[in-house]
Ligand binder design. Structure first.
Ligand code: GYE
Length: 303
């Protein structure tokens, strides 16, 4: 027979999480943060890796709906194309939380909250650092850009924020811009193509994440140039690999983007299920780390 207390015993919360993939150091740290925060919060996590493919994320979300999880969270690989599956989740009365990346939907009741960074502001920070660095210098500044995954919120927004700042000064020219899909391998490959096309006429590399910058650093060295000196390199994330590159003098600056979203995701999940109000947008606070600060900051970094 059931004891009276067991009838009221709390059922474990089940959270379905669809991750983008494992494309970068940032993503690995993000996955680790979500897994450990779920364990700590006593939440059962159903984790699914989409390998950078939207179709895999849609499949995962449908399977979470079929399994009747309590909450669905996901980091959408691209911004568009989510309406149908999000309507299915809504019809099943399963709340949805967006982490890290945003979606473009007409009806914003399709998700409860979106937590993550302000990517436009990150692009602006990168742009401001560069215009500051180039103060007093004359002549053209030829920039190559390694974009993130095509159609993803961070690629779209980091490009936009950076352009917004450099546009104010006609000396700054983005001469080449292509996607490196947020990976080291593609960052290297595309940088090789940039170097082939532009020779020594590249002044600056703006990479939408550290991994692509690290791949590009290799390409620059293989071409017989000095990264950080012959080509100024700016990237985003501020992961450990970036600090290593900065300490070695090969990366000039990294704008911070925190992947440690796990704890705030778990508290949002609990609040939603407890019927407490949750802000529609939760923005991560972050800074910027120029090369000169790397040695002092590196030991304090958590990802
Ligand atoms: O900057 C990049 C990762 O969405 C903020 O995705 C994230 C980005 C991050 O692959 O390294």
């Amino acid at each position: 027979m059931l004891s009276p207390s067991s009838a009221f015993a709390q059922k474990k919360i089940v959270l379905g999480f669809s991750q983008v993939g494992a494309e970068s150091e940032w993503r690995t740290a993000n996955t680790e943060s979500i897994k450990s925060a779920a364990a700590q919060a006593g939440i059962e996590l159903k984790f699914s890796d989409a390998q950078q493919k939207q179709e895999n994320q849609i499949k995962a979300i449908r399977s979470f709906i079929a399994q009747k999880v309590d909450v669905i969270a996901f980091s959408p690989v691209v911004e568009t194309g989510w309406e149908t599956v999000l309507r299915e989740a809504k019809a099943a009365k399963i709340p949805v939380v967006l982490t890290d990346r945003a979606v473009k939907v007409k009806d914003d009741s399709l998700y409860v909250t979106f937590m993550g960074s302000d990517f436009v502001e990150e692009g602006r920070k990168a742009g401001r650092w560069l215009t500051d660095k180039m103060k007093g210098k004359t002549g053209e500044v030829r920039i190559v850009e390694l974009q993130g995954t095509v159609g993803s919120a961070p690629a779209i927004d980091r490009k936009k924020g950076f352009e917004e700042i450099i546009q104010a000064d006609p000396r700054f020219k983005v001469v080449r811009s292509q996607t490196g899909d947020f990976t080291r391998a593609k960052g290297k490959e595309v940088m090789e193509a940039f170097l082939k096309a532009e020779g020594r006429k590249i002044d600056v590399l703006y990479a939408h994440n550290d991994d692509m910058a690290i791949g590009a650093i290799q390409a620059i060295e293989e071409a017989g140039m000095k990264p950080g000196i012959d080509i100024i390199i700016i990237s985003i994330d501020a992961v450990k690999g970036a600090f290593e590159a900065m300490k070695a003098g090969k990366l000039n600056v990294s704008v911070e983007c925190s992947p440690l979203l796990g704890p705030q995701l778990m508290s949002a999940v609990k609040d939603i299920l407890a019927g407490k109000p949750v802000a529609k947008r939760i923005v991560t606070e972050e800074g910027i780390f120029p090369m000169e600060t790397a040695a002092a900051e590196a030991p304090k970094r958590k990802y």
